[in-house]
Design a binder for this molecule. Structure first.
Ligand SMILES: [Zn+2]
Length: 147
């Protein structure tokens, strides 16, 4: 029996069911035919957030703001991590200034705050920016062992 998982398209935000063995960086969306992975974090807003947070693919969200120095310093690290962790994990960003509704829904009190979501549930949360090695360690420790 082969297993499959739900991956949300970063372009049209439709859900795609992908056989686990075909989970690779070059997958295409069945709806818009664009690539399912772009090796960079995707910007989410109130309308697109849930389609990604509810997917089977773990979603790591960087809650940030344009006026936050540590957030801006962390941005290139986060982008680099997207290139390294896709397609096993999706990385996304939420601008807490523009998306105040999402910030209050998740009780974001300090930024940057990193939250990992899977199938609609928050599974881990971390406040503050992390160096690349620690970031990866935190993500891997927080997720159930991938087979
Ligand atoms: Zn699409």
């Amino acid at each position: 029996m082969s297993s499959s998982l739900i991956v949300t398209c970063p372009h049209c935000h439709r859900k795609n069911r992908i056989p686990t063995e075909k989970l690779a960086g070059e997958g295409k969306c069945g709806a818009c035919k664009d690539t399912l992975f772009a090796a960079k974090p995707i910007d989410l807003n109130n309308n697109t957030f849930d389609a990604h947070a509810s997917a089977d693919l773990p979603l790591v969200v960087d809650f940030w703001a344009p006026w936050c120095g540590p957030c801006l310093q962390f941005a290139p690290v986060f982008t680099q991590m997207a290139a390294e962790l896709e397609p096993q994990i999706r990385l996304a960003k939420v601008d807490t200034e523009a998306q105040a509704q999402l910030a209050s829904r998740f009780g974001i009190r300090s930024i940057p705050t990193l939250i990992i979501f899977r199938q609609g549930k928050e599974i881990a949360r971390m406040s503050g920016a992390l160096p690349p090695a620690q970031f990866k360690q935190w993500v891997q420790q927080s997720l159930p062992k991938a087979s």
